[in-house]
Write a protein that binds this ligand. Structure first.
Ligand SMILES: Nc1ncnc2c1ncn2[C@@H]1O[C@H](COP(=O)(O)OP(=O)(O)OP(=O)(O)O)[C@@H](O)[C@H]1O
Length: 247
């Protein structure tokens, strides 16, 4: 197992009514697999990502990465962790500095970790994400959402992460671009043996992309299993409801 979530709990207490966004959640990610975490708005998907990345502290439970407890890390340990766990966000434009070219930002990811990718390999990765050196020399406002998201995938890829976390990484794109990015993610993860956690409310995309599916509802795990089982033989009423809403 590359990532294990064990009995994880996160409650937001500063609102009038405390909200348990993640409620005794347990599941794990097998190395090299793409797991889709699916649920409606408010089911706790983004909170889960924030907990894994340590953007917010867990109340209880454990997160293990490659067997190591990463639930509560120091700042320097967190920095080291981010080399191995890369994130692709929903809005590609917000994940790049507007005053730097895409290439500058992609290479900065490497400088930050004192890493070097031989130029030939860098050019090959650019081709792999179906960008051109010319597009990379542009600023974020000079490229399309799809191109910007490809650059975000390239930036992650350059660091050779073990785990890629995608938080609604295709939601801000139009339908055909969404499919292209999903295919790119699938091919890239397979080729580089990257484990992927793909957070989405879009079950159709999860069906195309994912090996395994975890269904969340109000912070709880409703059902999990191989994607084919979940889509062809859902066991839980809530999963059936979600699938019926696709028809
Ligand atoms: N910072 C916060 N403070 C208080 N409540 C929060 C906070 N962040 C999220 N919540 C609440 O926690 C619950 C889970 O939210 P979360 O954003 O994790 O769900 P989600 O499945 O990612 O939803 P969406 O798909 O709409 O982004 C929701 O009820 C939300 O209102």
């Amino acid at each position: 197992m590359l990532l294990e979530i064990r009995d994880l709990v996160k409650e937001y207490t500063h609102s009038a009514r405390p909200i348990r966004a993640v409620d005794h959640l347990s599941f794990s990610l097998t190395e090299g697999e793409i797991t889709g975490v699916c649920g409606e708005s408010g089911s706790g998907k983004s909170t889960l990502i924030r907990l894994i990345c340590q953007f917010t502290p867990a109340d209880s439970g454990q997160i293990l990465f490659a067997g190591k407890d990463i639930t509560h890390l120091s700042q320097s340990e967190r920095r080291e962790l981010y080399r191995h766990i890369q994130l692709v966000f929903q809005n590609p434009f917000r994940s790049f500095h507007p005053r730097f070219t895409l290439e500058h930002s992609v290479r900065a990811g490497l400088y930050n970790y004192h890493l070097e990718v031989p130029e030939e390999q860098f050019q090959s990765l650019i081709r792999e994400v179906q960008l051109t050196p010319e597009t990379l020399r542009r600023y974020p406002h000079q490229v399309s959402g799809g191109e910007c998201q490809r650059a975000a995938i390239l930036r992650a890829l350059c660091l050779q992460p073990q785990l890629l976390l995608c938080d609604e990484a295709t939601s801000a794109l139009d339908v055909s671009t969404r499919l292209e990015i999903v295919r790119l993610l699938r091919e890239t993860c397979r080729r580089h043996h990257i484990t992927c956690l793909f957070i989405t409310h879009d079950l159709r995309l999860a069906q195309i992309l994912c090996d395994r599916i975890v269904i969340l509802h109000q912070g709880r795990l409703v059902e999990e299993g191989p994607a084919t089982d979940i889509f062809q033989h859902p066991q839980e009423a809530y999963t059936k409801e979600l699938l019926d809403s696709l028809l």
